[in-house]
Ligand binder design. Structure first.
Ligand code: ACO
Length: 356
């Protein structure tokens, strides 16, 4: 059975740079607070109404397709990972297909809803399709437009300062070269803390989970309706429930435990050790989390690629953007062992080992 290699990689970040000082004009925050807690100096935001998650995904995809040496018509499957889709439905996969001008229908498009772990989950799904021989050129994209959905008042500052917009893409192909490609992946999930890092409204929950979890929340649903319900109520809008919520300290504590666990799991699976890793690309959630994990593993600075300082947390896009930057900088060479790992909302977490 062949394994799966990354045949082409690309990324796109919007031109507009938004610094911590820019955010200070909208909310009560400081450059010092943001840098100290997260490492972030600036992030990119899309040109409002000119770019979307699907359209920036397409920009990254075009580069990956060209570098893979194929035409867009040769892509036979799309996997699109995002938590900030253009529409509730249909997903960004088909919107990006249209944006790329792929008009033939001998292709499938799948959307992945795994937030920060979306790229690693997507890579693992795509890997199965390639290994099995079902598809030969899978286009995997992680893209986010957070700037359209954040609370830019002081009320939302604990979340808003962390996120940025961007997209990364890879083309995956089969390879018969012994030892090359994706060696292993491990995926995990635990729904216990689903609401601790979430965007709950709008949605079709009707207050069900909140009631079951003993949360005292009034979503403003109309009790007089005979059936049906609105995804969004006036109360949700009035009370700013349509923005993401995050228990930052719980996320931090859990992330720094799960990252090293899953990384050791993929290494053990292959009989490898931390010393064998040539490059570690952590999901760019927060520089402090990445540094903590790096120290715990005992990896030197030269083997870790961080770029959250410049882009903020671009969720499903952080790993392909960072991997592409590292590759462009000559930090990933043929034969290198690359480890990618992510943790995020769900909670879900995952890691893969790739022999370049
Ligand atoms: N600017 C200034 N002050 C702020 C800001 C801000 N942007 N945000 C919160 N504060 C204030 C709070 O209101 C609070 O004030 P108070 O003491 O007067 O009540 C104070 O700072 C401390 O707030 P905490 O939430 O306790 O701050 P903490 O030290 O936990 O840092 C942070 C917050 C950076 C979010 C941290 O918890 C963290 O890094 N968590 C990990 C979460 C993360 O990385 N999420 C990324 C997305 S999820 C993912 O990708 C895995």
């Amino acid at each position: 059975m062949p394994s799966t290699k990354i045949a082409g990689i690309g990324f796109y970040v919007p031109e507009k740079v938004v610094t911590n000082f820019d955010l200070m004009r909208h909310m009560d925050t400081t450059d010092e607070w943001i840098q100290e807690r997260s490492g972030i100096v600036e992030r990119r935001y899309v040109e409002r109404h000119e770019e979307t998650t699907a359209s920036i995904g397409a920009k990254a995809a075009r580069i990956a397709i060209e570098r893979a040496g194929i035409t867009k018509e040769e892509v036979d499957f799309i996997v699109f990972a995002t938590l900030s889709p253009d529409y509730f439905f249909p997903g960004c996969g088909v919107l990006m297909q249209r944006e790329l001008g792929i008009t033939h229908t001998e292709i499938g498009a799948l959307d992945i809803r795994n937030q920060c772990s979306g790229f690693v989950y997507g890579l693992t799904v795509a890997d199965q399709f390639v290994r099995s021989g079902m598809y030969k050129n899978v286009l995997l994209v992680g893209a986010e437009v957070h700037s359209m959905g954040l609370d830019f008042t002081t009320r939302g500052r604990n979340v808003s300062v962390l996120f940025g917009d961007g997209a990364g893409a890879v083309v995956l192909q089969p390879t018969d070269e012994p030892g090359q490609g994706i060696l292993t992946s491990k995926l995990h999930s635990d729904g216990t803390h689903a609401e601790q890092l979430a965007l709950i409204c709008p949605g079709a929950h009707g207050g069900y989970h909140a009631k079951k979890m003993g949360m005292d929340v009034d979503f403003g649903f109309d009790e007089n309706l005979e059936f049906g319900e609105l995804f969004v109520t006036q109360k949700m809008l009035d009370d700013a429930m349509t923005y993401p919520v995050m228990d930052g300290q719980l996320v931090f504590k859990t992330a720094v435990t799960k990252f090293p666990e899953v990384i050791r799991e993929v290494l053990d699976d292959q009989g490898l050790s931390v010393a064998d890793i040539d490059l570690f690309i952590p999901h760019q959630a927060n520089l402090r989390i990445s540094q903590f994990v790096q120290r715990k593993l005992g990896l030197p600075d030269g083997k870790v690629w961080n770029n959250i300082q410049r882009y903020g947390n671009t969720t499903a896009a952080t790993i392909p953007i960072a991997l592409c930057e590292a590759w462009e900088a000559g930090k990933v060479k043929k034969g290198d062992l690359v480890c990618i790992a992510a943790f995020g909302s769900g909670f879900t977490w995952a890691a893969s080992l790739i022999r370049w």
